[in-house]
Design a binder for this molecule. Structure first.
Ligand code: F6P
Length: 365
């Protein structure tokens, strides 16, 4: 058993369910398994920019099982402020990477474990390379598009929430003879929409990976009605393009642009084309909060323990991943090879078509 190491852990990018379960596993393995010190860095790389560095020593209280079932991230996070082009008060951009690297040195870190999505991994890897920081990555994102891993922390919970939303929409749709449109997150990938749509029994699932034709969608809804169905459920991923080929986006008052709004565009179009009454639910950040599912807790635990073991073995620049029922590790660069839904074409797209779900195109199987 080696001893005396100090490791840092941070969460970066959008939060999701299961982050605390990873932190808990890192703390437990590092302290119980190796006798190391663990420092939790606040708000991703932001904590390393502040002086004094903004961190908290994590002891075995953080390894309590209550941590595994808690939502959010106890360390805080951010999906703003790229340190290589950091937004300054005067509107300019500044490279502040050396300050972050210095933050790691000030803490005396022997290694850093970063929990993030593909964007965070790209930034953290660049920092690690520039500053010679031994780094291990743990994939999290409800979007589930990090390459080389079958699942990322937060995805299962988000799908569970979206599925429950469909379950709740179905009876009210049937009661009112309505077409219900559920807009889900996922950034550029349709994993949440496809998985929840299949699980919840949606009639139409629209994903960014498959361009849709509104006339095909309308005809599918009309054919359901001709066959006696008085309602329909449409699940749409936020990054689906509208009929002009443009993404529908939200511009936020304090700056920042996110996907959002395609549900309403679609609701109007379906109402016009079919004459059916439509209602739109935008699920939004509900998908990121709440208690993690057992699956997210389990994967988070396995990822956290494995990440610490990699540090103990001196294996860095690695990404922890889930493949074929096992936790493994792959080169960190694999995180950047995003996994669009079409890579799973053989299973989920085929399954949806097999169930008679309309994917907005004219293909059938
Ligand atoms: O990447 C995770 C995610 O939840 C996306 O699905 C979504 O588009 C985005 O983050 C929302 O970001 P924000 O929290 O900045 O609104």
């Amino acid at each position: 058993m080696s001893s005396g190491k100090t490791i840092g852990v941070l969460t970066s990018g959008g939060d999701c369910a299961g982050l605390n379960a990873v932190i808990r596993a890192v703390v437990a393995r590092a302290i119980l398994g190796y006798g190391w010190r663990v420092l939790g860095i606040h708000q991703g790389t932001q904590g390393l920019l502040r002086r004094p560095v903004d961190f908290v020593p994590l002891d075995l209280k953080c390894a309590d099982s209550a941590m595994a079932r808690s939502a959010g991230t106890m360390l805080g996070t951010t999906n703003r402020g790229d340190p290589f082009a950091y937004p300054m008060p005067d509107g300019s951009r500044k490279d502040r990477s050396e300050e972050i690297i210095e933050g790691c040195r000030l803490l005396g870190l022997d290694a850093l474990i970063g929990i993030g999505g593909d964007g965070s991994m790209a930034i953290l890897r660049r920092l690690a390379q520039q500053g010679n920081i031994p780094f291990v990555g743990v994939p999290k994102t409800i979007d589930n598009d990090v390459g080389a891993t079958e699942t990322s922390i937060g995805y299962d919970t988000a799908v569970m929430v979206a599925t429950e939303a469909i379950d709740r929409l179905q009876p009210t749709a049937a009661s009112h003879d309505r077409v219900m449109i559920l807009e889900v997150m996922g950034r550029d990938s349709g994993h949440i929409a496809m998985a929840a749509g299949i699980a919840g029994g949606a009639d139409v699932i629209l994903v960014p990976e498959i361009p849709y034709d509104i006339d095909v969608v309308a005809e599918h809804i009309n054919s359901l009605r001709r066959n006696g169905r008085n309602f329909a459920i449409v699940v749409v991923a936020e990054a689906v393009r509208d009929k002009t080929g443009e993404h529908v986006r939200l511009h936020h008052a304090l700056g920042g642009v996110t996907y959002g709004g395609i549900g309403h565009v679609l609701g109007d179009a379906i109402a016009q084309k079919t004459g059916a009454e439509t209602r739109v639910t935008v699920l939004g950040h509900v998908q990121r909060g709440g208690q993690p599912t057992w699956d997210d807790r389990m994967t988070a635990s396995a990822f956290g323990v494995h990440a610490v073991d990699l540090v103990a073995q001196g294996k860095f620049d690695r990404l922890v991943a889930w493949q074929h029922r096992r936790v493994v590790d792959v080169p960190l660069t694999a995180a950047f090879e995003l996994t669009p839904l079409t890579d799973f074409d053989d299973t989920l797209v085929h399954t949806a078509r097999g169930l008679g779900i309309c994917l907005g195109d004219s293909k059938t199987e």
